[in-house]
Design a binder for this molecule. Sequence first.
Ligand code: FES
Ligand code: FES
Length: 156
Amino acid sequence: MKTLNINGRNETVDVDDDAKLLWVLRDELGHTGTKFGCGMALCGACTVLLDGEPVRSCITPVSAANGRKITTIEGQEHDRVGRVVQDTWVAMGVAQCGYCQAGQINTAIALLKKSPKPSEQQVREAMSGNICRCGTYTRINAAIKQASATLAGGKA
Ligand code: FES
Ligand code: FES
């Protein structure tokens, strides 16, 4: 049995060490906000945070999450930055089909926590591994800037 800290709560699961975190989250524990895209660390749809760092849960063995804080999209509403980013995403109508957006949002939150006022280059670098088949990149970029301004207490 393993105990995982997910969104601030301990959850116990009986899986092998090399089971991938994505499937443990989705199939064993019901955190279905984390999506499967490519399964090869190429699209970013499965991005969750491990101690605040974005990771591709489709290739991350569950053993790597042992003793660390896992944050999925379901947990972001309990976080100040997470809430602001999600509210901004909704207000600006970023999503199209929505499939990639949990990964996009988690990556954006990690960026804004590390760099509250990211440069264009920092945004591009941080978000470059998150693919959107609907091409919402312009809105994602604008939403990150707006969320940054809201968090700083100003306007974009
Ligand atoms: S499903 Fe993990 S990166 Fe694509
Ligand atoms: S919103 Fe459809 S894949 Fe990104």
